[in-house]
Design a protein around this ligand. Structure first.
Ligand SMILES: Nc1ncnc2c1ncn2[C@@H]1O[C@H](COP(=O)(O)OP(=O)(O)O)[C@@H](O)[C@H]1O
Length: 313
C-alpha cells in the first residue's frame, strides 16, 4: 500500500503508527542484533555495510543521540555525504515550520524558545511528512539527528508488531516479549563530550543566513588537571563570504541551553539504556574537534577505507 495513502488514513488519529509504517516501508530487511553494549566492530560485523551492496538493498537507518551542542548535526551531515543517505534533523524540521506562517508556528516558537520538547504527536507528524516526501523522491535509509528524544518516540520507530503488543501488566511491568523486540533502527551512535564544553559549544553556534551553513566560533581549551586530560577544539569559522551573514539560533541563550541540557538528562538519556539493552548502542567519546574525532568515528564504524576511496574518486 502506498505510504501516502496509509499516512492519510492514520495521520491525526494515530500518528505514532503512521510513522512506524513509513519507516517500515524503507525496510527491505531487518536487523536482529542481540546482546548488550556491543562494540561497533561486532555490531557492524553482523550485517554488511551498504557500500557496494545490491542496489535493491536499503541503506543504513542510523540515529545520532547526544546532548545539545555535542555535534550530532556535524557528524550526521558528514556521514550523510559519505554514505549518500539523507540526514534528517528534527530540529531543522521544527525550524522550517517556525519560519513558515503555518498554524503551528506560534505554538512551536513558545516551546522551542523555552528549551522544552515539542509534543511527541507534533514531532512524529513532522517526521512522517519528511519521510514520506523522501520516499516519493526515491530516498532509502536515513541518518536521524535529534529523534527519538523520548521513550515514546523510540517506541514509535520500533517494529510495528511490538507497538500493537505494548501491554502493561497489572504489576506495571512490560511484557517480556516487548523488551526483546527488534526495531528497524540498525545503529544508535551516542556522541559524548565533556559537560563543560557543551554549553560553550551551543553558545558559539552560528548559522549563515544565506547558505544555511553551520559554524562555531567557540574555542574550547580545557586544561588538564588532577589527572584528567585537557581538551582542545578549534573554532569552525565561516568562509569570508558567510562571515557578515551569521545569525544565532533564538534558543541558543545560556538560560535556554541549560534548560535543554536538563531536559536531555531527564527525558532523553534513558534512551541510552533503551538501545543498549537491544544491542544497538555505539558509545563514542569525542576526543576533540573534527580533525581528531572524524577519523576515529569512521574507524569505529568500519568506514575509514570508504572515506579514503571517496576522497580519491
Ligand atoms: N525529537 C524531538 N522531540 C521533541 N522536540 C524536538 C525534537 N527534535 C527537535 N525538537 C525541538 O526543536 C528544538 C531544537 O532541536 P535541535 O536543533 O535538535 O536542538 P539541539 O541542538 O538541542 O540538539 C528542541 O529544543 C525541541 O524544542
Amino acid at each position: 500500500m502506498a505510504v501516502l495513502e496509509r499516512l492519510l488514513r492514520t495521520r491525526g488519529s494515530t500518528p505514532i503508527s503512521s510513522l512506524t509504517s513509513t519507516i517500515r516501508a524503507f525496510s527491505s530487511c531487518s536487523t536482529a542484533n542481540s546482546g548488550g553494549d556491543l562494540k561497533a566492530q561486532s555490531l557492524l560485523a553482523q550485517k554488511p555495510l551498504p557500500l557496494g551492496q545490491d542496489p535493491n538493498d536499503r541503506n543504513v537507518q542510523w540515529v545520532f543521540l547526544g546532548c545539545p551542542g555535542v555535534g550530532k548535526g556535524t557528524y550526521a551531515s558528514r556521514l550523510s555525504d559519505l554514505l549518500s543517505v539523507p540526514h534528517i534533523a528534527t530540529g531543522d524540521l521544527v525550524r522550517e515550520e517556525l519560519s513558515s506562517s503555518g498554524p503551528l508556528a506560534s505554538q512551536l516558537a513558545k516551546i522551542v524558545n523555552q528549551g522544552k520538547l515539542v509534543s511527541d504527536e507534533i514531532i512524529i507528524d513532522l517526521l512522517s511528512k519528511r519521510l514520506e516526501a523522501g520516499e516519493t523522491r526515491g530516498e532509502t535509509g536515513f541518518i536521524l539527528d535529534g529523534f527519538p528524544r523520548t521513550i515514546r518516540q523510540a517506541e514509535a520507530i520500533a517494529n510495528e508488531k511490538d507497538n500493537v503488543a505494548l501491554v502493561i501488566l497489572a504489576d506495571g511491568k512490560f511484557l517480556k516479549e516487548i523488551l526483546e523486540r527488534v526495531t528497524d533502527i540498525d545503529l544508535v551512535i551516542n556522541l559524548k563530550l565533556r559537560e563543560e564544553a557543551l554549553l560553550a559549544k551551543c553558545l558559539g553556534r552560528r548559522i549563515c543566513s544565506e547558505c544555511g551553513g553551520n559554524f562555531n566560533i567557540a574555542c574550547i581549551d580545557i586544561k588538564g588537571e588532577n589527572g584528567s586530560p585537557g581538551m582542545y577544539m578549534a573554532p569552525l569559522l565561516p568562509p569570508p563570504h558567510c562571515a557578515s551573514k551569521l545569525i544565532t539560533r533564538s534558543d541558543d541563550t545560556e538560560e535556554v541551553v541549560k534548560e535543554r541540557l536538563r531536559i536531555y538528562h531527564k527525558v532523553t538519556q534513558p534512551l541510552e539504556e533503551f538501545y543498549r539493552s537491544r544491542g544497538k548502542l555505539l558509545e563514542f567519546d569525542l576526543p576533540g574537534g573534527i580533525p581528531e574525532s572524524w577519523p576515529k568515528l569512521l574507524q569505529a564504524l568500519n568506514l575509514e577505507h570508504y572515506d579514503k576511496q571517496s576522497a580519491a574518486a
